[in-house]
Design a protein around this ligand. Structure first.
Ligand SMILES: Cc1cc2nc3c(=O)[nH]c(=O)nc-3n(C[C@H](O)[C@H](O)[C@H](O)COP(=O)(O)OP(=O)(O)OC[C@H]3O[C@@H](n4cnc5c(N)ncnc54)[C@H](O)[C@@H]3O)c2cc1C
Length: 219
């Protein structure tokens, strides 16, 4: 049975971030992700200055297109794409707008998750991470001083075991690992159902107050 100091389960935004930062610190680890790559859904879009500062620390901030200094992520309610704006609010409702304070060497970033994950993946690999896609965690057993996991290589149709000193569960909000450990979630439950639609239309920039060459808000 092979050994690893750290096993990361889940190769999406959080797992890949953990991998980048561990690898940058020279900590050997294995990341397993049951899918063959990143989800093609754009999902998360906005990242703060602080996130970019962490990326800067490990030397990858300049790979992530950052927003212009006067750019501000916000949510707009409109009757249609070309209709009247019925109001706008901060990206995170109820919180002060902390983007682009001018106090950081970085601005935030507005990049979709399906574009950011490959950047993180490439950095993790460059730093020496062992990323195993199409590899599913089937079972884990806490043996006190180690965790023994059963993995399935979905491509080869082969199961194998690994012993890890630590396991990081980045297997999503519905984490089966968290559930199995009996760690409950609290809160109001299902808040609402949201439908997100991504489309590309350069001609829409003028209606959104964006100038095409810089992406900056036009006056
Ligand atoms: C439609 C949509 C829109 C969103 N928009 C935003 C947004 O605008 N801003 C924002 O901040 N966030 C947004 N989010 C949330 C954001 O996508 C999540 O917060 C983020 O993906 C969480 O990352 P994660 O790595 O924790 O988990 P996930 O992205 O859920 O990834 C978990 C990974 O673990 C893998 N996995 C699970 N079980 C196993 C197993 N047994 N073995 C191996 N691998 C396993 C899964 O395949 C998956 O790749 C959105 C989400 C959705 C669905």
């Amino acid at each position: 049975m092979s050994l690893t100091p750290v096993l990361i389960v889940g190769g999406s935004l959080v797992g890949l971030s953990a991998s980048v930062f561990l690898a940058w610190r020279g900590i050997p680890h294995i990341l397993v992700e049951k899918h063959s790559g990143s989800s093609t859904h754009p999902r998360a879009m906005g990242y703060t200055e602080t996130t970019l500062e962490h990326c800067r620390m490990v030397g990858i901030a300049d790979r992530i297109p950052q927003t212009p200094q006067n750019f501000r992520l916000r949510r707009v309610k409109a009757s249609s794409l070309v209709g009247e704006w019925q109001g706008e609010q901060a990206w995170t409702p109820g919180e002060a707008d902390t983007h682009n304070t001018g106090l950081s060497p970085n601005t935030g970033a507005a990049i979709a998750q399906d574009k950011l994950e490959p950047i993180l993946r490439m950095a993790a690999l460059e730093f020496g991470a062992d990323l195993r896609y199409s590899t599913e965690l089937l079972h884990f057993e806490d043996r006190g001083d180690s965790i023994v996991v059963q993995l399935r290589d979905r491509n080869a149709g082969r199961d194998y075991a690994i012993s890890a000193d630590y396991m990081i569960a980045t297997d999503g909000a519905d984490s089966p690992i968290r559930e199995r450990l009996g760690i409950a979630r609290e809160g109001v439950g299902n808040i609402r159902t949201v439908r997100s639609v991504l489309f590309k239309c350069q001609e829409a920039d003028q209606y959104l107050g964006l100038s095409r060459d810089t992406g900056k808000n036009s006056p």
